[in-house]
Design a protein around this ligand. Structure first.
Ligand SMILES: NC(=O)c1ccc[n+]([C@@H]2O[C@H](COP(=O)([O-])OP(=O)(O)OC[C@H]3O[C@@H](n4cnc5c(N)ncnc54)[C@H](OP(=O)(O)O)[C@@H]3O)[C@@H](O)[C@H]2O)c1
Length: 338
């Protein structure tokens, strides 16, 4: 390999966004770290891009139970180049997400990320580090959800599939991915000004969040062949009431609440399946297979349309507050610069 100065080990401190839990409060700011500050691991990655996920916002909330370290670099998604590793060839471009990254050990809101080599996924041909971070956990969650729908027998010609929280990261990715696979996608959003955006991603129609929520009915009209839900709470309960006989609901999130109040009727009268989605512990073989699918799933224009903003580390406080407030459309890319 030709000498690449960007792949030399850093000899000076590098930028990182660090949050600290003190008593009941959480503070955050950009600071300088050295390699010695990073956790153990046999693989050092120079991060080109990260992206903001709802979970990154959650670790900045006072009293949260997501962060499992008092001092933490958040950032559950990182894409970059291996600088030093016992198991992955230096120079390999990789994506890293999930496991303990950004919750129990320093994550990707820093120029360097150190992890076990068994956690990294080499980028499939043609996928840039920018687009890998843009897809990130959100796209991976969407792809895993789409897989579970297909494995549960929901086919594109079975009828409309619903995506909730559609303008957010997981939702945007799910709309685009399912549409690309030929599904008739109905997007549910609370943002009245994002209907055009969702149609441009491939939704055949867009409904308001209030149209999805229909309280106080045990079972509603059979509307959806399947659903990708990242909202939870009353939205998920309403989705379950309106899925067709034999349909599948893939549940991944809790932006609308972590409680689920339902009856057994969707399950025992309509044979609906509720499938849980976890992307943190997805075994590496399925991770690699999903990333291989993801590399083919989007054209560049569709991906770039999902970029809400690009920020450096100093832009993170605003970006994290915005995602917690449910106000982000698509994905915010993070360049780990001073
Ligand atoms: N299980 C896993 O492995 C996994 C992986 C990734 C993410 N997640 C979870 O999935 C969820 C979405 O993550 P994300 O990164 O895509 O977040 P995001 O970008 O903030 O998207 C979430 C969307 O949910 C909707 N929403 C927000 N607040 C709401 C409320 N109070 N009631 C109803 N809908 C609300 C909004 O969409 P609209 O305005 O369009 O309705 C928002 O854009 C989070 O709970 C996250 O923790 C889980």
């Amino acid at each position: 390999m030709a000498h690449r100065p960007d792949l030399a080990l850093p000899t000076s401190p590098f930028p990182a966004y660090v949050v600290s839990r003190r008593g009941s409060g959480v503070t955050g700011g950009v600071t300088a770290l050295e390699l010695a500050d990073l956790p153990d691991g046999d693989t050092l990655v120079r991060v080109d891009w990260s992206a903001v996920n709802y979970k990154d916002g959650m670790v900045t909330r006072p009293g949260n139970r997501v962060a499992r370290a008092d001092v933490l670099v958040p950032g559950v998604d990182g894409a970059g180049t291996v600088v030093d590793s016992a198991v992955v060839a230096p120079g390999t471009e990789v994506v890293v997400h999930g496991y303990d990254v950004g919750v129990a050990r320093h994550g990707a809101f820093a120029r360097y990320l150190r992890v076990p080599g068994s956690w990294v996924v080499p980028l499939p041909d043609g996928l840039s580090t920018r687009h890998a971070a843009l897809i990130g956990t959100a796209g991976f969650t969407a792809a895993l959800s789409a897989r579970r729908l297909a494995q549960g027998g929901v086919a594109p010609d079975d009828g409309p599939v619903l995506v909730t929280g559609a303008s957010g990261g997981v939702g945007s990715m799910a709309v685009a991915l399912l549409a690309r696979h030929g599904y008739d996608v109905v997007a549910s959003t609370g943002k009245t000004d994002e209907h055009e955006y969702l149609r441009a991603l491939g939704a055949s129609s867009v409904v308001g969040r209030d149209l999805v929520e229909q309280p106080e009915r045990v079972l509603g009209p059979e509307r959806w062949a399947g659903a990708v839900d990242c909202v939870g709470g009353t939205v998920l309960a309403a989705v379950l009431r309106s899925v067709r006989y034999g349909g599948v609901v893939a549940a991944s999130g809790l932006t609308g609440g972590s409680e689920l109040s339902t009856t057994v009727y969707p399950f025992i009268v309509r044979a609906v399946s509720l499938v849980g989605i976890d992307t943190v512990q997805t075994p590496i073989d399925e991770r690699i297979a999903v990333w291989s699918d993801l590399a083919e799933a989007f054209d560049d224009a569709t991906l770039e349309a999902m970029v809400a903003d690009e920020v450096g580390l100093t832009g993170l406080p605003d970006a994290l507050a915005a995602i917690l407030a449910g106000g982000v459309r698509g994905r915010v890319l993070v360049s780990p610069d001073w």
